[in-house]
Unconditional design. Sequence first.
Length: 195
Amino acid sequence: MLDDVSVTFPAGKVTALSGPSGSGKTTLLSVAGGLLEPTSGTATYAGRPTWTGSGDPRPEVAFVLQVYGLVPILSAGENVSIALRARGVAPAEADDRAAAALARFGVADLTDRQVEELSGGQLQRVACARGFVVGAEVLLADEPTSELDETNRALVLAELHAEAERGSVVVVATHDPAVVEACDLHHALDEGRLR
């Protein structure tokens, strides 16, 4: 639950949200991205409410979910491609872009592997590829490095900064002090309030 939170996430910057488990990081990302309706107040992007009434995020928003959100019956490549197909991209183009996104995160060799065959770190990088592939104006990443070694964490952080440099709003929820340090801005949450 959030309590009287007022925050602006600027485009062109990577903003970290930190705080203990249960502090409201995932809730804030979900409200900011339109997955949850605020119980009071508003969350807006480009002057319009993020909540559309459907529980689906606006098309300008992409998520990297903490629990990956991958479809178990699909391959890694299909899980990334489906994000584009859902936005109207033709299947051949979606597959090509998915392959390129998987390569960005060092998991191109996993394109045809089933999700259940992947390690936690591999799942996390496939989830990152899916979130990044759409080139959204707003990228909300919930613990995108929690399962990664130092090398792959650095890779994901570099990609987050590349998205920000492209002009996107990038927000990262994290427990990792190294990730916070690598971000441009930082907001700490505790018991639903910004500190």
